[in-house]
Design a protein around this ligand. Sequence first.
Ligand SMILES: CC(C)(COP(=O)(O)OP(=O)(O)OC[C@H]1O[C@@H](n2cnc3c(N)ncnc32)[C@H](O)[C@@H]1OP(=O)(O)O)[C@@H](O)C(=O)NCCC(=O)NCCSC(=O)C[C@H](O)C(=O)O
Ligand SMILES: [Mg+2]
Length: 286
Amino acid sequence: MTQAFRPLRSVLYMPSSNTRALEKAKTITADALILDLEDAVAPDAKPEARENAAAAVTSGEYGNKYLTIRINGADTEWHADDLAAAAKAGPDAIVVPKVNSAQQVHDLVAAFEKAGVPEQTKLWAMIESPYAILHAEEIASASERLTVLVMGTNDLVKELYVDHVPARANLVTSLQLAVLAARASGKVILDGVYNNVKDAEGYAAEVEQGRIFGFDGKTLIHPSQVDGANAGFAPSEQAVADARGLIETWEASGGGVVTYNGKMVENLHVESARRTLSIAEAIAAL
Ligand SMILES: CC(C)(COP(=O)(O)OP(=O)(O)OC[C@H]1O[C@@H](n2cnc3c(N)ncnc32)[C@H](O)[C@@H]1OP(=O)(O)O)[C@@H](O)C(=O)NCCC(=O)NCCSC(=O)C[C@H](O)C(=O)O
Ligand SMILES: [Mg+2]
C-alpha cells in the first residue's frame, strides 16, 4: 500500500446531483467518498452536480473522509468543465473512468498540470474494459500521481458481453490480473460495486472474495454496504493477535526459522505480520 496505509476499505459512490445523499454522506463512516459526475448523473444535471461536488469538497463538513470526484472521461463534452471545477476544489483525488492505456495516464497528468490541479490531488484510474485489463500494469506504473486503481465491474461485464453471476467466475481472471498489476507497481486497488443493495448475503460473499483476492477495499453504492466493507477489509482481532504472537515468537528465537501455532515462521511471515499490524493501527487511528 503506497498511501502510507491510509485505509480505503469502504469507498462510497454517490451521484453529485443527489443533494440528500451528499448531506447524508457527512455522517456515513466510509473511508472515502466518490462524488460522481459520470454515469450516475443525467446529462441535464451535470452542471449542478459539478457545483455540488466542488462545494462538498471545499465545505470541510466531511470529517477525515478521503474525498474524490469522479469526472467524465476525456472523450466527453463534460470533461474539461469537470476537470476545471475539480482543479479549483482540490479533492484528495480525481477519479477518471475508462482509463485504457499508459498514454492516457500521461495525457491526464499533463491535463491535471495544465488545469492547475493541486499537487496533492492524486489520480485514481478506473480499470473497466478488456483492453485496460490487458494493459493494467502499464497503466498502474505510468505515473507516481496515479495512486489507486478502481475496478469498474459494471462496465467490464458490459464490455465482456457477460452477466453478473454469483462468485464472479467470469471475472476472476480480470480481477486477478488487475490485482497483480497493482501489486507489481505498488498501487492500491479497489474492488468493483455490488449492485443489489437488498442482497446482504451476496454482498458479504463478494466482500470476502475481494479480500481473499487481495483488494485493499471495495467501492460501494449504498450506505448499508459500508459496515461490511469496513469489517471485511480490516484485519480481524484474531489476525492482529496472531500477528503479534508470531512476531514475538520469531523475535524471541533470535530471528531464524521457528513455528507459531504449529506453522513455520520465517522473516517473510514476520513482514506480513508487521503489515497486518500497520493496517490495524492505521484503522484504529481513524
Ligand atoms: C442505488 C440507489 C439509487 C438506491 O437509492 P434509494 O432507493 O434512494 O436508497 P434508499 O432509499 O435505501 O436510501 C436510504 C438513504 O440513504 C441515502 N443514500 C442512498 N444511497 C446513497 C449513497 N450512495 N450515498 C449517500 N447516501 C445515500 C438516501 O439518500 C437515503 O437518505 P435519507 O432519505 O436521508 O434517509 C442509491 O443508493 C444510489 O444512487 N447509489 C449510488 C449510485 C452511483 O453513484 N452509481 C455510480 C457508480 S456505480 C458504477 O457503475 C461503477 C463503475 O463505473 C462500473 O462500471 O462498475
Ligand atoms: Mg463504469
